[in-house]
Design a protein around this ligand. Structure first.
Ligand SMILES: [Zn+2]
Length: 115
């Protein structure tokens, strides 16, 4: 089990956040096995946004703010893409690599079929 990392999670008034009884009633941060947002860290997009509003600038500055464009050039532009030719001729490989700058294509290792 893990807690939602949202900085205001406990302030959203829902039944599942309510804990305690009578003299120690309180709302608590959500705790679950899995969360669907923010790489399994947040119970909702709102909680993810709350976290970013609180810590986002510090996090970006800590890990390195982008101060100039990140550049895609011919050398790092190869991406594995679906091979259109396979549609008409299934002896052709399912995937090829295409250079996103030059549009050149080349054969590549086929991804493992997960079956
Ligand atoms: Zn939350």
């Amino acid at each position: 089990m893990r807690y939602c990392q949202g900085t205001k999670c406990h302030t959203y008034d829902t039944k599942d956040r309510k804990k305690g009884s009578k003299d120690n009633k309180r709302n608590e941060t959500r705790k679950r096995t899995n969360f669907y947002y923010g790489n399994n860290n947040f119970c909702s997009l709102q909680c993810q946004t709350d976290w970013f509003n609180t810590y986002g600038d510090n996090a970006i500055n800590h890990f390195g703010r982008v101060e100039q464009p990140i550049v895609l050039t011919e050398d790092n532009a190869w991406q594995t893409v679906w091979n259109r030719a396979h549609w008409d001729d299934n002896t052709q490989p399912e995937y090829i690599e295409r250079n996103q700058i030059t549009k050149a294509e080349r054969p590549c290792q086929q991804p493992q079929q997960g079956r």
